[in-house]
Design a protein around this ligand. Structure first.
Ligand SMILES: [Fe+2]
Length: 141
């Protein structure tokens, strides 16, 4: 946040809290769509103004950089931070241990692509990316 002082903290925090809420309500592949729907529903119940709801909804929907790409600074921060978090949360190892190495490598590459929203972050992550890539490749099938 300190590198991006114009980012709206309220929008970003609401987006962080709500971006994966759809996991509890749908399958993984579509969770960004369900999360957006649930975020909109919840934010109306707390009477957040409609402009802010739209901003949070965009962040939530775009956090996976799939059908909607992050356009605002808050959406870019969320998408990059979410991807960066995977480099330390063990998800690639969980996937490799579950016998889906190919998917782990694909997710690793998508995450590495998405942290590239911020080139400085991508540079910092690069050694960890290379380490994961090497580890997953040699992990037994
Ligand atoms: Fe997610």
């Amino acid at each position: 946040m300190k590198d991006y002082p114009k980012a709206d903290k309220e929008i970003l925090l609401l987006s962080i809290w709500l971006h994966d809420i759809g996991h509890a309500l749908s399958n993984h592949a579509d969770h960004h769509i369900k999360s957006e729907e649930e975020a909109r529903r919840f934010l109306k119940t707390i009477k957040l103004n409609s402009k802010k709801i739209e901003k949070v909804a965009h962040c939530v929907r775009a956090h996976r950089c799939r059908d909607v790409k992050p356009e605002t600074i808050e959406a870019k921060i969320l998408a990059a931070a979410d991807s960066a978090s995977h480099f330390t949360d063990g998800c690639y190892m969980d996937m490799a241990m579950s016998g889906i190495k190919k998917l782990a490598l694909e997710k690793l590459d998508r995450d590495y692509r998405d942290v590239g929203i911020f080139p400085k972050l991508k540079k910092e992550i690069t050694p960890i990316y290379k380490a994961w890539k090497n580890l997953i490749k040699v992990y037994p099938n």
